[in-house]
Ligand binder design. Structure first.
Ligand code: GRF
Length: 204
């Protein structure tokens, strides 16, 4: 299976996926890492690991539609079976999302449906929740509302700041996202009519 990973910055989730794919010998390869920002830190990691990279800079396009069309063309050159959004900070057009229906995943740093959008750790602290975490979900047209695949939880601790909470959630993200993607490349994860199906739940 071919996986294309989209990033905008640090790329630590992308790194975790690259490592897991190699160490666990997935029936898959990371075909490309694509960023909407030329200075995304994660591009250096991908290059140093022999993974093809590309930049499609959103600021060079006048409209979201034009950007998404260029992005789609670049992604499709790598014939992906799965598109993985890993800290990719762009809102996607409905046409783009539809093109990758059932084969695009995102990781969001909250227990969805709680706290979609930005500043999720601040949102969690403001709401006073006792548990917080991250969700891997299929991407649908409505931002951060696609059907959930897997979640990981952490306790919110006294004295937590958005940064301490984010750091604790990120540790979980780095095992959660590879687990979900592995299910997909092993043909154990699918979505039909908005229902996520995981085959053989004994080993996830
Ligand atoms: C992660 O917390 C991810 O859940 C969110 O943005 C952050 C990206 O971090 N969407 P990284 O680029 O993977 O290090």
């Amino acid at each position: 299976k071919n996986i294309v990973i989209l990033i905008s910055g640090r790329g630590s989730n992308m790194e975790a996926v690259v490592h897991a794919a190699r160490e666990e010998q997935w029936p898959a390869r990371i075909a490309a890492v694509i960023s909407n920002k030329a200075d995304a830190k994660g591009l250096e990691f991908a290059q140093s690991h022999g993974i093809p990279t590309a930049v499609v800079a959103n600021k060079e396009f006048a409209t979201r539609e034009a950007f998404d069309a260029a992005l789609q063309e670049t992604i499709d050159r790598f014939a992906p079976d799965l598109v993985v959004l890993a800290g990719f900070m762009r809102i996607l057009t409905p046409g783009f999302v539809a093109h990758y229906d059932g084969r695009m995943l995102n990781i969001h740093p909250s227990l969805l449906p709680l706290f979609p959008g930005l500043h999720t750790h601040q949102q969690a602290l403001d709401a006073g929740v006792a548990r917080h975490g991250a969700t891997v979900h299929f991407v649908t047209a409505e931002l951060d509302h696609g059907p959930a695949v897997l979640k990981a939880e952490v306790d919110v601790l006294p004295g937590d700041t958005p940064d301490t909470l984010a750091a604790r959630v990120l540790v979980q993200e780095h095992t959660l996202y590879p687990r979900a993607i592995r299910l997909f490349v092993e043909d154990r994860l699918s979505i039909a009519n908005g229902d996520v199906r995981i085959a053989d739940k004994t080993n996830i």
